[in-house]
Design a protein. Structure first.
Length: 284
């Protein structure tokens, strides 16, 4: 356990029981206040950066967001954790060796019985991404997987800063491409009525603010611009045209936007101009 004067987390008094294997454990929570979190810039991916403090050093709120069974490594966001379908509990428990082997390839030497490290935080978000395959569409699993993929990528970028020789920047790019696919899929499902986003009250994507459906559309566009794969340039340009129209309509670009979140509006304008620039260059 960390020394008292530099403590950044605590074990909840409330017990959690894994619905897959029955293990009872206490969830690790992030302490707030006391200068532990010093907010820094907001990236174009709606990721809030934090400055290290003299007393507590570097603190990563995303490390503590996922609830993970320390025994079988089943994971979900906290409010969904106990809601695993009873019919699937045996399958989830039996597949734990497979999950652990996958995690060990990317994030070695993780132990969820211990306090969370940056490595364990990245592994926990990967496990959320993986375990929402077990949830029905009533839980909006696709967008939750998209958010988890993006959070995994961000934590991999933090790992890369600490251990550049391990090439976690490359791993981060892979997860952002996965996030792009999942965000696009989630929006398509929402628009077709196949899977609503309504089961997700907080669409994040980070912990400091909920940017809602507008944030989902913005990120779908941004990730498509930066990481989207298309079979041809013609297909890419057609996709970007669709995204440009969606962004313009959603954010009322060129019109009064008093009800839109300030930072998101400015980022949406920048995204619109970046897409427009690429399309204009394609026409030259």
């Amino acid at each position: 356990m960390e020394e008292h004067d530099v403590k950044v987390s605590f074990l909840s008094k409330e017990e959690s029981a894994c619905p897959a294997c029955g293990t009872v454990f206490h969830r690790e929570e992030l302490l707030s206040g006391g200068g532990r979190l010093i907010a820094g810039e907001l990236t174009d991916e709606l990721h809030r950066m934090y400055e290290p403090s003299a007393k507590y050093g570097e603190v990563y709120p995303l490390v503590y967001q996922a609830t993970v069974c320390p025994e079988c490594w089943y994971a979900a966001i906290d409010k969904d954790f106990a809601l695993l379908d009873e019919d699937l509990s045996f399958d989830v428990s039996q597949s734990r060796d497979e999950r652990k082997a996958e995690v060990d390839l990317l994030f070695p030497n993780v132990d969820f019985y211990e306090n969370r490290t940056l490595m364990a935080g990245a592994a926990s978000q990967y496990l959320v991404l993986r375990c929402y395959d077990y949830f029905s569409k009533n839980f909006s699993p696709t967008i939750k997987q998209g958010i988890a993929a993006l959070r995994t990528a961000w934590l991999c970028e933090d790992l890369h800063k600490k251990t550049p020789a391990e090439h976690y920047d490359w791993v981060a790019t892979l997860f952002k491409k996965k996030a792009q696919y999942l965000y696009k899929k989630a929006v398509a499902y929402e628009q077709s009525g196949e899977e609503a986003l309504s089961a997700t009250k907080n669409l994040g994507p980070d912990t400091d603010k909920n940017y809602g459906y507008e944030g989902v559309l913005y990120l779908m566009g941004l990730l498509s611009l930066k990481y989207g794969y298309n079979a041809s340039l013609e297909q890419r340009y057609a996709s970007l045209e669709d995204i440009k129209r969606t962004i313009a309509k959603m954010f009322g670009l060129g019109k009064s936007s008093k009800n839109k979140p300030g930072p998101l509006l400015e980022l949406a304008k920048d995204l619109y101009n970046r897409i427009k620039k690429e399309l204009n260059e394609a026409d030259d």
